[in-house]
Design a protein. Structure first.
Length: 455
């Protein structure tokens, strides 16, 4: 092609890229920000509605548990009147010792008048205040979840930025007469038809093929991010709903048989305590991951010996779990060997080792060995946890670090765990610039190997 032909030069692809606008127009940037805010706020309102439902269910479960506990002290079928009264009442203060100076929620009491005469007062306000740490923990997690709208807006805005730039480029090309206006119109119609749920832009115009590929790739990424967020919120809601449902079930059992059957009463109390501890563990793990996703978890880096950390975890595990044989695949002198020292956060690295050891114990029969090892090379230090448990298939091993994921065989073996421990371990390792390698064979066992660079 001759360089003297100006028309031919005007349609050359490299020339088109050179003439693309460097910065988006202010109006286009404002439109992109407005769309990002609308999308993020839509997710925020749905998230708020879910947390309101969870709070109401939790409050009802707590009130039901308190009522069942109070009813144990009353004669059977003796309830004729009840109501909430301030404990500052003189009779209540003298008879039940709440104190005439009580105020606020702590002054709230349940007044019961049995048919046999007399009055009973139960410190419902004081009992509710005893549970405030769990409620505060749940509310803190909910607040962190709702504050995530700002990061959601930024993420959506980043996702829309390439699309906005492409739209501006197409607009500039059309205004300069370089591209046929009908092609631009076809592209606009294809974009209007596309959505995150249906990520496919197709115009049938060969000149727009590269733009279609870029748009479809962007829409697929947005779809994956949306599905991941929906799945995480759904799984978190399910995991929180499960212990609440168990609590409600035991409360109903207490209501029917617990007043007269001591064994049912003790079983129910033990189950309620266990579910409360499970819910607290789940909320703490969710808070850790939420802080990690928002960049609020700060590593306190210092020299740390991974052999010493592994030995500490092995000793602690052996002390609280006598059902397994905890072994060290290295000598105790390695705890003072500089070859096993890295720069990292000691508490978080120890937590990652503990997570893998607990996972090994949970899915290994009693009497089997759990071995902790360390190794050193020129670039970093590795620690490993090997068990003789149920193992996993290659397909299952590819999902173990996903949040809330548990293999079917693992669910049959143990009902404990939340499915978040290995996700937390992976986050810790990745923040240290390390890698995790998993080797597992069904019916033989698993071995997790973590490699941390020295600096």
């Amino acid at each position: 092609m001759s360089s003297e032909n100006p028309d031919a030069a005007s349609v050359d692809r490299p020339r088109l890229r050179e003439e693309a606008p460097a910065t988006p127009a202010p109006d286009a940037a404002r439109r992109s920000s407005s769309i990002a805010r609308r999308v993020a706020w839509g997710f925020w309102w749905r998230r708020l509605a879910r947390w309101v439902v969870v709070d109401l269910l939790a409050l009802l479960a707590v009130l039901a548990a308190l009522w069942v506990g109070y009813a144990r002290y009353l004669p059977e079928r003796a309830l004729t009147y009840y109501g909430l009264v301030p404990s500052g009442d003189t009779a209540l203060a003298l008879a039940w010792g709440f104190g005439p100076d009580s105020s606020g929620l702590g002054a709230l009491a349940l007044r019961v008048a049995p048919a046999s005469g007399g009055e009973w007062f139960f410190p419902v306000g004081r009992d509710l205040l005893v549970l405030w740490p769990v409620g505060a923990l749940l509310l803190a997690f909910e607040a962190l979840s709702l504050l995530g709208i700002f990061s959601d807006i930024r993420r959506v805005r980043r996702r829309l930025k390439p699309l906005n730039a492409l739209a501006l480029r197409a607009e500039a090309l059309g205004s300069k007469g370089i591209m046929d206006a009908s092609k631009i119109e076809s592209l606009e119609q294809a974009i209007e038809r596309a959505s995150v749920d249906s990520p496919q832009v197709s115009t049938g115009v060969d000149d727009l093929a590269s733009i279609e590929v870029a748009l479809n790739g962007l829409l697929r990424q947005m779809q994956e991010a949306k599905l991941q967020q929906i799945r995480f919120v759904s799984d978190a809601s399910h995991e929180l709903r499960t212990p609440i449902a168990v609590i409600q079930g035991y409360v109903n059992m207490l209501d029917r048989w617990g007043k007269d059957d001591r064994a049912v009463l003790e079983e129910s109390i033990a189950a309620l305590k266990a579910e409360g501890a499970h819910m607290q563990e789940l909320v703490e793990q969710l808070l850790f991951l939420a802080r990690g996703d928002s960049g609020r978890n700060v590593l306190e880096r210092a020299p740390v010996n991974l052999a010493a950390l592994s030995a500490e975890v092995a000793d602690e595990s052996a002390m609280i779990d006598s059902g397994h044989d905890y072994r060290l695949g290295f000598g105790r002198e390695a705890a003072s060997d500089a070859r096993y020292v890295v720069i990292g956060d000691a508490s978080m690295l120890k937590q990652s080792i503990r997570v893998m050891v607990q996972n090994a114990a949970r899915y290994s029969p009693e009497g089997t060995a759990i071995t902790l090892g360390v190794a050193s090379d020129d670039g970093g230090v590795s620690y490993s946890v090997r068990d003789e448990g149920i193992g996993m298939t290659p397909e299952e091993a590819g999902h173990v670090f996903e949040r809330f994921w548990r293999a079917d065989a693992a669910r049959d073996v143990s009902k404990e765990g939340t499915g978040l421990g290995l996700s937390i371990a992976r986050w810790i390792v990745e923040r240290h610039g390390g890698t995790i390698d998993l080797v597992s064979r069904e019916g033989v066992g698993s071995r997790f190997t973590v490699r941390i660079p020295r600096s």
